[in-house]
Write a protein that binds this ligand. Structure first.
Ligand code: GRF
Length: 221
């Protein structure tokens, strides 16, 4: 029996290159996804063009238009529930979610974060990795909990830090790797292989002792 498509909602604030990676992967047949809605808190988010081009319903819900942070979140929650999405992907969504918004989606909401969590939650991860003379940097995908960038980490991709790296150059090199990571990780959800435990992640019913690590051949180790 074929596994049904995974219904997804994607939240963005900016470029949307990870959203594009998911749309492309669905269009080529790598991922079996049913995009229910793309939500942005910014009307001018360039990534919205990818949703429009793919015919995905778009909701722009800004704090200014909604009137307050709480009202903005109420609308986001409304459209997420309305969408019926099984998985919510925060792909460069730059607002911090309150516990009220997160709670109903715990275990089915994931976030992409450009660091090797638990290193560097929050902003400016590239700068912090360079300041600390780290040998490697990377991206993580984690289940979202009320703690900022603090939920159980599912998967990571690593890249070396090079001697002449700047924050911008590190970000540029990480981008395509992060796209590979989001595709491979969402694929696990399409296969219904991942679950969240109270303090960790289960893959195929077995607790992960450490995050999955994506190798150069797009396989998890
Ligand atoms: C990514 O680096 C992601 O890790 C972070 O925001 C960035 C979003 O990039 N949360 P894009 O909008 O998908 O291009």
């Amino acid at each position: 029996m074929n596994t049904p498509p995974l219904s997804v909602a994607v939240l963005i604030s900016g470029t949307g290159s990870n959203l594009k990676a998911l749309i492309d992967a669905a269009e080529t047949g790598r991922l079996t996804l049913d995009f229910r809605v793309v939500i942005s808190n910014r009307a001018d988010a360039p990534g919205l063009q990818y949703a429009h081009a793919a015919g995905i319903p778009v909701k722009v819900i800004s704090i200014r238009e909604a009137g307050s942070r709480e009202l903005q979140e109420e609308q986001v929650a409304h459209w997420l529930h309305q969408s019926g999405a099984e998985l919510v992907v925060l792909a460069g969504y730059m607002l911090i979610l309150s516990e009220t918004l997160v709670r109903p989606f715990v275990g089915r909401m994931i976030n992409l974060h450009p660091s090797l969590l638990p290193l560097y939650p929050g902003l400016n991860t590239y700068e912090r990795a360079l300041e600390n003379a780290d040998q490697e940097h990377g991206s993580s995908i984690h289940f979202v909990t009320a703690e900022l960038d603090g939920g159980p980490v599912i998967s990571q991709v690593r890249i070396p830090v090079l001697p002449d790296d700047t924050p911008a150059e590190l970000a540029r090199r990480l981008g395509p790797n992060e796209h590979r990571l989001v595709i491979a990780t969402v694929e696990l959800f399409t296969q219904r292989r991942v679950n969240m435990l109270s303090d960790g992640v289960k893959l195929d019913g077995v607790s992960l002792e450490q995050p999955l690590s994506l190798n150069i051949e797009d396989q998890f180790e």
